[in-house]
Design a binder for this molecule. Structure first.
Ligand SMILES: Cc1cc2nc3c(=O)[nH]c(=O)nc-3n(C[C@H](O)[C@H](O)[C@H](O)COP(=O)(O)OP(=O)(O)OC[C@H]3O[C@@H](n4cnc5c(N)ncnc54)[C@H](O)[C@@H]3O)c2cc1C
Length: 318
């Protein structure tokens, strides 16, 4: 690992000021960032890590003004165990509980979860072994013609066929959440973005940090669920996941692990809206979820899994 200094931020402004000096990265739980640094995955390494955990007042779960508010430093365990989140925002509690392992959830934060980097085997290859286009404008996407078992089944964004690895991201998009940062409030649906020569999967500037997640209170009677398929039952990223939020004639269905960004399954939403949820309607919506899919050489199997995960998430909202 390259050498770095560790700076304890005293406030959001202090963290942002240090990040603005350049060659610096924010660190929260460190469960993702440290693996990136140890693997020397990136062509450049930060000279300074700005420790966000020393900022007080960013670790909370509360309801205020008809909205759930979660501080960016709140651990995934706290979210998974919260009675408020479990009762009204079930999909988010289930998504937080689906992350990795108890140790990762005890340390990993919600802010870090939505800001984590790509898990693509070419991107993550140690010592920056592949000239990946997410790291270099002259690079290429090696997964398109290479090993793409876990990659996108909905084509490429900015030439890259990676998938969004975050479990909580689809849940937040399905709930219509907003991400509050040190400089603005962004709809979760607009927060995730992929660009060439940009290692992140979000729209944050280099001197911007997430401070809070806001989720509008779902209408009374809303049911929601998160289901995840991975090769292993724990300590594994989603190959396919589905977040469903269904209330009366409204449905929000968002897929994870199948595209660079959380992917709204609008055809599945249209298919289930206003219908009684049963095996037939859930199967039809599951089938619709893969409309427009285009599997790569090694990941056609994900299409059937996407249909099944969507069906299961909908049935769980019965
Ligand atoms: C073995 C293993 C299995 C895993 N399994 C899963 C899984 O199943 N599902 C899943 O979703 N994740 C998984 N993860 C990834 C990771 O553990 C989680 O995403 C965790 O929530 C990251 O949070 P953190 O606080 O540790 O982030 P950190 O490692 O501290 O940071 C991650 C990234 O986010 C940035 N960052 C952190 N906080 C902020 C903030 N407030 N504002 C702006 N940027 C910020 C950092 O600069 C860094 O780039 C796994 C990781 C490992 C090592």
């Amino acid at each position: 690992m390259n050498k770095f200094t560790h700076v304890n931020a005293t406030s959001v402004d202090d963290a942002v000021a240090t990040l603005a000096q350049g060659k610096a990265a924010a660190i929260a739980g460190g469960t993702d960032l440290i693996t990136v640094l140890k693997g020397m995955v990136s062509p450049t390494a930060p000279e300074k890590l700005v420790n966000l955990k020393t900022i007080s007042g960013l670790d909370y779960i509360k309801e205020e003004s008809g909205m759930l508010k979660i501080g960016a430093l709140t651990t995934l365990t706290a979210i998974a165990k919260s009675s408020i989140v479990n009762s009204k925002y079930t999909v988010l509690a289930q998504a937080a509980k689906a992350v990795g392992s108890p140790e990762l959830r005890n340390t990993g934060t919600i802010g870090g979860n939505i800001c984590q980097k790509s898990r693509c085997i070419y991107f993550r290859n140690e010592h920056n072994a592949f000239n990946c286009l997410r790291k270099n404008p002259q690079g290429m996407c090696y997964a398109i013609a290479g090993t793409n078992t876990k990659h996108s089944i909905f084509g490429a964004a900015a030439g890259c066929v990676d998938v969004c690895p975050s479990d909580t991201a689809p849940a937040l998009v399905a709930l219509g959440a907003s991400i509050v940062t040190s400089k603005r409030t962004i709809a979760a649906a607009d927060f995730f973005e992929v660009k060439a020569a940009d290692e992140g999967i979000n729209v944050l500037d280099t001197d911007e940090i997430v401070t809070e997640i806001q989720v509008p209170e779902p209408a009374s009677g809303t049911k929601s669920a998160y289901v995840k398929f991975a090769f292993r039952k724990s300590i594994d990223f989603p190959l396919v996941s589905c977040a469903a939020v269904i209330s009366g004639s409204d449905a929000s269905i968002v897929l994870g692990g199948v595209y660079n960004l959380p992917r709204r399954a609008t055809a599945a939403e249209d298919s289930i809206k206003g219908k009684t949820i049963d095996d037939a309607s859930a199967t039809a919506a599951g089938d619709a979820a893969t409309n427009g899919s285009a599997a790569l050489g090694m990941n056609k199997y994900k299409i059937q899994i996407t249909k099944a995960m969507t069906k299961r998430a909908i049935l769980a909202c019965k």
